[in-house]
Design a protein around this ligand. Sequence first.
Ligand SMILES: *[C@@H]1O[C@H](CO)[C@@H](O)[C@H](O)[C@H]1NC(C)=O
Ligand SMILES: *[C@@H]1O[C@H](CO)[C@@H](O)[C@H](O)[C@H]1NC(C)=O
Ligand SMILES: *[C@@H]1O[C@H](CO)[C@@H](O)[C@H](O)[C@H]1NC(C)=O
Ligand SMILES: *[C@@H]1O[C@H](CO)[C@@H](O)[C@H](O)[C@H]1NC(C)=O
Ligand SMILES: *[C@@H]1O[C@H](CO)[C@@H](O)[C@H](O)[C@H]1NC(C)=O
Ligand SMILES: *[C@@H]1O[C@H](CO)[C@@H](O)[C@H](O)[C@H]1NC(C)=O
Ligand SMILES: *[C@@H]1O[C@H](CO)[C@@H](O)[C@H](O)[C@H]1NC(C)=O
Ligand SMILES: *[C@@H]1O[C@H](CO)[C@@H](O)[C@H](O)[C@H]1NC(C)=O
Length: 442
Amino acid sequence: MAPLRTFSPLVLASFAAARQCSQFQVPVDISSRQGKFSEIPIETNLDVGAFATRFSEFQGNYSDALFTDFQTLKGSYEISAQYCRPDSGSSGTIQVLTHGIGFDKTYWDLSYQNYNYSYVNTALAAGYSTLAIDRFGIGNSTHGDPINEIQAQAEVEALNAVTTKLRNGGIPQVGTAYDTVIHVGHSFGSVQSSWLSALYPNNTDGIVLTGYSGAGQFLPYIIAGWNLHSARLNQPLRFGNASNAGLLKLAKQYGMNIDLVSGLQKVLGAAGVDLTTQEIGDIVSSTEILDLITGYNETVFQYNYPSGYLASSDLTALQYAFLYPDNYDLALAIMGEQTKQPVTVGEILTIGNAPMMSTFTGPVFVITGEHDIPFCGGNCYGQVPNSTAANIPAGVEMAFPSASTFDAYIQPGTGHGLNFQYNATAGYQVIQDWLASNGLGA
Ligand SMILES: *[C@@H]1O[C@H](CO)[C@@H](O)[C@H](O)[C@H]1NC(C)=O
Ligand SMILES: *[C@@H]1O[C@H](CO)[C@@H](O)[C@H](O)[C@H]1NC(C)=O
Ligand SMILES: *[C@@H]1O[C@H](CO)[C@@H](O)[C@H](O)[C@H]1NC(C)=O
Ligand SMILES: *[C@@H]1O[C@H](CO)[C@@H](O)[C@H](O)[C@H]1NC(C)=O
Ligand SMILES: *[C@@H]1O[C@H](CO)[C@@H](O)[C@H](O)[C@H]1NC(C)=O
Ligand SMILES: *[C@@H]1O[C@H](CO)[C@@H](O)[C@H](O)[C@H]1NC(C)=O
Ligand SMILES: *[C@@H]1O[C@H](CO)[C@@H](O)[C@H](O)[C@H]1NC(C)=O
Ligand SMILES: *[C@@H]1O[C@H](CO)[C@@H](O)[C@H](O)[C@H]1NC(C)=O
């Protein structure tokens, strides 16, 4: 499977098409009425596995079982953002991009192959500005208690606060006020964009939900399929704060050098295990070894997430959750694995709390990969009980009874992680064209 070349460090290409982008922190004050849950063991990988087991139980409701009371989370936090505008200047219309679980704001602007997979570049080319955020709790946004602080509702409040600042011209680094704000989400980011439209219908002008449907019954597929581990233990050098010196010492002890593949081959060879270079390469890239050594012999930014931040285990789990097999570039998937982000226990416990209905009166678009696992069970053309909709994503229309326009689109040959499949940019264009033909052109 993995050609060894794909394992070498990414050679970051020269820069992409001219554009004006900057990164900064946006301070927000939020107040969120949300759940208070019983503390559960979350230190070890087996603790985390037990959580996933209980959460995925047929006809169970683990959120309900752990719920003790409501509480109000109130505080000042920082949201990390990337702002981009076209070279020609801003048109007054901006897309606010909210990533899903397993990613951060770079999901929208993948640097791979000179930004060939960049959603941001497609939106800029269509004349939009973009603001991609790291969701509250994730990436370079403020982290917090993974059970009782970092929950869905708090993240929606943070997204809304950022939106209000964009409208008021309240972000100095943006330097202008946007009167038209389109919320574009992926997966959990779509849940939150839709949720925002239900709570604050006047604060959005258009909703684009990618990797989304209203069907909740497939959530256990992905919770189980991720094979969740403690993030700190999964990528100790990047998610935790483990020292590289320790890994290097271990490698030395086993007679390895930085060339891990030939090192492993030597060690296994000495033990009488005869594997080809290709086979070793496959093992390194498709198992947790890849995660254990991410950051090996280089300086990686250490997120130092506390226990209770969980990560999908390895590339196999990433493929199950996000990628339709045989229709993606393996080297890009490996990059996705090495730059993945965690999910908190509190997020999983509250992901199902979104309001059932939104009174939003503007245009709503849903675009989901044909083989999406968490929102379609792998087949978006399937029929869910009691739905008369043409397909699963089309069923979202029920939740937006006042929308001025509603359309659903199925992106062919694609899994949940739309931005990582071949043909991703054609899907991006479908979105820009739909916006333009529904009164939201740049
Ligand atoms: C679980 O219970 C909570 C109430 O505590 C409820 O809001 C939620 O809808 C339930 N989830 C499911 C999937 O039934
Ligand atoms: C977070 O900040 C660090 C240090 O500046 C940087 O290396 C990393 O790429 C950033 N991550 C995101 C998701 O912005
Ligand atoms: C949205 O705006 C309308 C018209 O100005 C107003 O009647 C309504 O109360 C507002 N809704 C919210 C949730 O602020
Ligand atoms: C780390 O890698 C560099 C080359 O990328 C190599 O020169 C150096 O010796 C390595 N350090 C260790 C301790 O293996
Ligand atoms: C590493 O992270 C743990 C957990 O957040 C923390 O308790 C510990 O102090 C950190 N160690 C260093 C050296 O930062
Ligand atoms: C389908 O509708 C029937 C009749 O309204 C109801 O009894 C049943 O619970 C519904 N099933 C699901 C899965 O919603
Ligand atoms: C970008 O992707 C398209 C297909 O989506 C492909 O035809 C093209 O060669 C790619 N360009 C680069 C620079 O990889
Ligand atoms: C690529 O995506 C576009 C837009 O959804 C679609 O029309 C086209 O059929 C797709 N191509 C393939 C080969 O799936």
